[in-house]
Design a protein around this ligand. Structure first.
Ligand SMILES: Nc1nc2c(ncn2[C@@H]2O[C@H](COP(=O)(O)OP(=O)(O)OP(=O)(O)O)[C@@H](O)[C@H]2O)c(=O)[nH]1
Ligand SMILES: Nc1nc2c(ncn2[C@@H]2O[C@H](COP(=O)(O)OP(=O)(O)OP(=O)(O)O)[C@@H](O)[C@H]2O)c(=O)[nH]1
Ligand SMILES: [Mg+2]
Ligand SMILES: [Mg+2]
Lengths: 279, 304
């Protein structure tokens, strides 16, 4: 008697339910559980702990195979990051956190208030700039976002800033004119600094359901996303939709938001993320 | 579409003329997957599928419909039944002592501030004189955001700048409650019959902030508490909605950002787990982007 509980049908159903509850998706959850069950039977490792670990390994594997990386930054140029995503996911707040994170490493950061549309968007970013020690390049409400971006990159080059972080307006991926606006911003950036924006981070709310995959597809197409940030993981949602995004689009999660303050921010750890899902 | 998938299920069962135990299993599995993919919560999907199984089994074949179409009809009726009637879009702005108070609640980023302004525009159109106030003293530039939107409606805003300035660095529940009560007094003074209170986004598991919400409710005795939720929320919808309802007994739901292409299964989850009506949907970022909720439209989206 090994003292290891054998996995039961009920256990497998419960594990599958945990995956679905984490927004992994019904079909993906079924596939993973089926594959793990078969492998466990073949290896004769059918105790619950091993099966649970095997599911975690599957998920970690998917996340680690997402190998998209930022673009190369030419020597002496600022690294340009652009945050994009649908409305309300936490882009502006995350820029405050990124600024804190880089400043703590002794880097200089310049911010670009390219959300010229939403009420008080510039004021919100300016407050974060003050809080974390970064200047904010901005223009009047209604200005062309690409014009603000141009100003910011020119300023960053002149000041030899280490980083430029660009805030963009929230936008639904179904609005083609708004997605084209992003494409135009990318082209503008690339003209001024080779390879810019070097990192385009899609900011996803951890509570997002299956629509998150469609969001990622559309933003990847319009803005050439290089990675994801998952916010609001301090809630009860688990952000499992990033598994499908990793698998289909090869996009890795780079950072995670865990609250509303400047230091509620960590680099992504696949194993830890997955353990919270499989529980 | 789900209809196509069900047609294929029935075809593969070689010309079945009626709904039986045998052809039901595969059909119900397709329905289960479709509802989960549309972000309906697991527990709700289970209940719906169980109901459909009972209603569908042994049904007399309807002359005009194929078995697949018949099941779809049963499913449609079931979803419409869960989502409930159209008595939904009345905002309770009657009050024995004016102003009537509408309190906005919800998770971070769901659309409360924007919806507060949209609601003011909505009520103005219907002959009311709404005043807006933001008691979000936490999020940078939150009160500025509502102030700008109030100008656009246009509707009077209680800014409470002195109250916030006096609080200094001690921005918390005390000044939140002071602001809310001062706004109500100002609404009476200004002849406004409705006060819309925008609140900070908060997690349902954040005890101090949920306690603040309960205290706001107690202080204001709102006739309407609207839970503002993002239509693209997935399985978590049941957890946040249930907890907000448990603590606040909210009276209605606004589902925002339905101008996207999310299937909107959260509508079913939230309605089913709280029993509260979805009163409005948000359909754009503009002030006129607030519409009455129609169950058949969201059912159409969920069934995709
Ligand atoms: N709990 C929690 N809240 C967060 C997190 N990140 C952001 N928020 C909150 O989410 C809300 C929206 O954040 P914003 O930064 O304004 O989001 P945004 O994407 O810039 O919004 P738009 O510009 O309007 O599209 C705010 O209340 C933030 O404080 C997080 O990691 N955890
Ligand atoms: N497309 C679209 N965008 C919306 C809708 N409702 C709100 N938004 C946008 O969603 C984002 C968040 O809206 P807010 O009103 O700031 O959300 P909130 O709940 O007040 O956020 P917190 O106060 O941080 O919790 C903004 O960019 C809004 O313009 C809607 O119905 N459709
Ligand atoms: Mg923003
Ligand atoms: Mg707000």
């Amino acid at each position: 008697f090994k003292g290891r509980a054998e996995v039961s049908e009920a256990d497998l159903k419960q594990l599958e339910a945990a995956l679905i509850g984490a927004d992994i998706g019904a079909r993906t959850a079924a596939e993973i559980v089926a594959r793990v069950r078969q492998a466990a039977e073949e290896r004769r490792e059918t105790d619950l702990a091993s099966v649970r670990r095997a599911i975690e390994d599957e998920l970690v594997g998917i996340l680690e195979r997402a190998t998209r990386r930022p673009r190369q930054v030419p020597d002496g140029e600022p690294l340009v990051l652009m945050l994009v995503g649908v409305n309300g996911t936490g882009k502006t707040t995350t820029i405050g956190k990124l600024t804190q994170y880089y400043r703590a490493q002794g880097r200089t950061v310049l911010l670009c208030a390219a959300d010229t549309f939403r009420a008080a968007a510039t004021e919100q970013l300016q407050a974060w700039g003050q809080r974390t020690g970064a200047e904010v390049i901005h223009q009047k409400p209604g200005a062309d976002p690409s014009a603000v971006l141009y100003d910011a990159l020119a300023a960053a080059k002149a000041r030899k800033s280490d980083f430029v972080i660009v805030d963009t307006a929230g936008r639904l991926h179904t609005k083609s004119n708004l997605m084209q606006e992003l494409a135009k911003m990318r082209r503008t950036a690339g003209r001024l600094i080779p390879g810019a924006p070097h990192e385009v981070l899609l900011v996803l709310d951890a509570t997002t359901g299956q629509n998150g995959l469609q969001q990622a597809r559309q933003f990847a197409q319009a803005a050439d996303v290089t990675g994801l940030i998952v916010t609001k993981l301090d809630g009860t949602a688990r952000g499992g939709i990033v598994i499908a995004i990793a698998r289909e689009l090869g996009l890795p999660v780079r950072y995670v938001g865990t609250g509303e303050q400047a230091d509620d921010f960590v680099p992504f750890e696949p194993r830890r993320f997955v353990e919270a899902i499989v529980g | 579409t789900l209809t196509d998938r069900l047609q294929r299920v029935f075809k593969s069962l070689r010309g079945e003329a009626r709904l039986t135990e045998a052809n039901m299993a595969e059909t119900l599995e397709e329905i289960r997957l479709a509802l989960l993919e549309a972000d309906v919560a697991q527990s709700i999907v289970e209940a719906v599928v169980a109901d459909i199984r009972v209603k569908a089994l042994g049904q007399e074949v309807m002359a005009a419909l194929s078995p697949a179409e018949q099941v779809i009809k049963i499913l449609r009726d079931e979803l419409l039944d869960v989502l409930g009637g159209g008595e939904a879009a009345r905002v309770n702005v009657k009050s024995s002592a004016p102003p009537a108070v509408v309190l906005m609640a919800g998770l971070q980023g769901s659309g409360k501030t924007t919806t507060s302004a949209k609601l003011a525009a909505w009520l103005k159109k219907r002959g009311h004189r709404p005043m807006l106030v933001s008691v979000d003293v936490y999020r940078p530039a939150a009160r500025e955001q509502l102030a700008l939107l109030a100008e656009q409606v246009p509707a009077p805003l209680f800014a409470g700048a002195e109250l916030v300035a006096q609080a200094g660095a001690a921005l918390g529940t005390a000044v939140v409650l002071d602001l809310a009560k001062a706004a109500r007094r100002d609404a009476v003074r200004s002849g406004c019959d409705v006060l819309i209170v925008d609140t900070a986004g908060r997690l349902h598991i954040d005890e101090p902030l949920m306690a603040e919400m309960r205290q706001l409710k107690q202080a204001l005795a709102p006739g309407e508490i609207l839970f503002v939720a993002d239509a693209m929320v997935g399985q978590d919808a049941v957890h946040s909605a249930a907890e907000f309802h448990r603590q606040l007994s909210f009276t209605g739901v606004v589902l925002t950002k339905l101008d996207g292409d999310t299937r909107g299964g959260a509508a079913l989850s939230i309605r089913r787990v709280t029993g509260q009506p979805i009163k409005f949907i948000g359909t754009s970022e503009r002030l006129d982007g607030l519409e009455v909720f129609h169950p058949d439209r969201i059912v159409g989206r969920i069934l995709g």
